[in-house]
Design a protein around this ligand. Structure first.
Ligand SMILES: Cc1ncc(COP(=O)(O)O)c(C=O)c1O
Length: 432
């Protein structure tokens, strides 16, 4: 008896039959002859020949949702790998059959072990990444280890960072931080030069996004880290929108702190955030937001805090065990495919999306330069909410955000035909 009932295939077959796509899917190999499909052309499933040309498409069968939708929302919630079902069964088996012994049979170590699985995706060594519930928590742990002396109390961020962490920074004012907010002149980008200019001897921490969530602008962090180093400021990079689709190498960058999460490009589901701390920095940080998991001897239940010497020192209470199980298949997939190959494909498909956008005269709020672009393209259509909802009704899954428009993100499992079909439908809906 399988752990979860397999209903998706049955539903898909019914759906495809209903839409006439089943016939096409069964029709055998056919090569799309044109880059741009013609008006009213029937949507074609990815063919075996097209799939052979793009090795990453071989992962498609691992993602149940691709059987019934065009899934273009991996900047928000990456598709679930099939392996998550087994992981959840294994979690249930451990709890159900091993009971409390599960803590000593793997559960306690999971935050660091799963961090080790993620580490290669950011160029980190084993033992330098730990799992936490989300980015906001990861940043709070780090900030709680900082003081803001009057001569060096500036917390620098940009106005286009993710609001959740901005709210956190605003709270730091009560602890003596002075916020310095680097503005964007176009609502799309925050050029690195502008951030570099804003860093001075009073800067305590530079807390910025790697890829901006609205526009997918990729910040060139190297000069920023260099400048921060000169003035003795820490850099904490929110790499949520880059890890898994844009190569990140914490060692090559000499980065102090990296935070991210698994909901998006890593296809790891909610509740699996992560925190990298440069090993040389680790024992210089004493988070006030702490707990028994951060103690060197948690099971001695001492009343005085003595921080663990490894990445456990950044933990606090009981860990989010089921989420850590769920995160693993997505991480393994990234490891297997390699982020360089994913990035090359992402640049090709976002270029294709933008070529469509230009052809249809739809304004885009995403950098035209592929080197400065993450994995998403934001289309500035009128009534973005209506357009996104209608696309979703047609089983083309996207989202929309104020000041961004409709956000569309291909990932390693996306085919060129899906990109084309998405844009054709977008144009039709936006024109109404
Ligand atoms: C750049 C960035 N940072 C942070 C978050 C979310 O943070 P958290 O994991 O705390 O929910 C998002 C999510 O949408 C994001 O795009």
């Amino acid at each position: 008896m399988p752990c979860l009932a397999p209903s998706a295939k049955f539903l898909l077959a019914a759906r495809l039959a209903e839409s006439g796509m089943l016939k096409l899917a069964l029709a055998g190999p056919s090569v799309p002859a044109r880059l741009y499909p013609q008006e009213h052309e029937v949507y074609r499933m990815t063919t075996p020949i097209a799939a052979a040309a793009d090795a990453l498409l071989q992962t498609r069968s691992e993602f149940p949702i691709l059987e019934k939708t065009i899934y273009m929302v991996s900047h928000s919630l990456g598709a679930m790998p099939r392996g998550v079902e087994d992981e959840m069964c294994e979690y249930a088996r451990m709890w159900g059959q091993r009971g409390v012994r599960a803590w000593h049979e793997g559960w306690w170590e999971l935050p660091v072990e799963v961090g080790n699985l993620l580490a290669p995706a950011i160029g980190a060594d084993p033992g330098s990444v730990v799992m936490v519930p989300n980015v906001t928590t990861a940043e709070q742990i780090v900030l709680s280890a900082l003081d803001y002396p009057a001569h060096q109390n500036v917390l620098l961020h940009t106005e286009l960072d993710f609001p959740s962490v901005i709210y956190l920074y605003q709270g730091e004012k009560a602890r003596g931080a002075e916020l310095r907010v680097v503005k964007s002149s176009d609502g799309i980008s925050v050029p690195a030069e502008r951030i570099v200019e804003a860093i001075d001897a009073r800067t305590r921490v530079v807390a910025i996004s790697h890829v901006l969530f609205r526009s997918s602008y990729l910040v060139d962090v190297e000069p920023i880290i260099r400048r921060a180093r000169e003035v003795g400021a820490l850099v904490m990079l929110d790499a949520y929108q880059s890890v898994g689709t844009v190569p990140v190498d914490v060692k090559a960058l000499d980065l102090d702190i990296l935070v991210g999460g698994s909901v998006k490009w890593l296809c790891g589901g909610p509740g699996a955030g992560f925190l990298y701390v440069k090993p040389e920095l680790r024992e210089k940080l004493f988070p006030r937001f702490t707990g028994w998991m951060g103690h060197a001897r948690p099971f001695a239940f001492e009343t005085g805090m003595d921080y663990a010497h490894d990445m456990f020192r950044f933990l606090n209470g009981t860990p989010h065990v089921p989420c850590l199980y769920a995160a693993r298949p997505g991480y393994r997939m990234i490891q297997k495919l390699g982020v360089d190959a994913i990035r090359a494909k992402s640049q090709r498909l976002t270029e294709r999306l933008m070529a469509w956008g230009s052809e249809f005269g739809i304004p885009m709020r995403t950098p035209a330069d592929p080197g400065r672009r993450g994995g998403t393209v934001s289309f500035s259509v009128a009534e973005p909410q209506r357009v996104a909802e209608e696309l979703i009704r047609r089983e083309i899954i996207v989202d929309w955000r104020p000041d961004a428009g409709v956000r569309i993100a291909p990932h390693y499992y996306t085919s060129e035909e899906e990109v084309d079909e998405t844009m054709r439908q977008l144009r039709e809906i936006a024109a109404k």
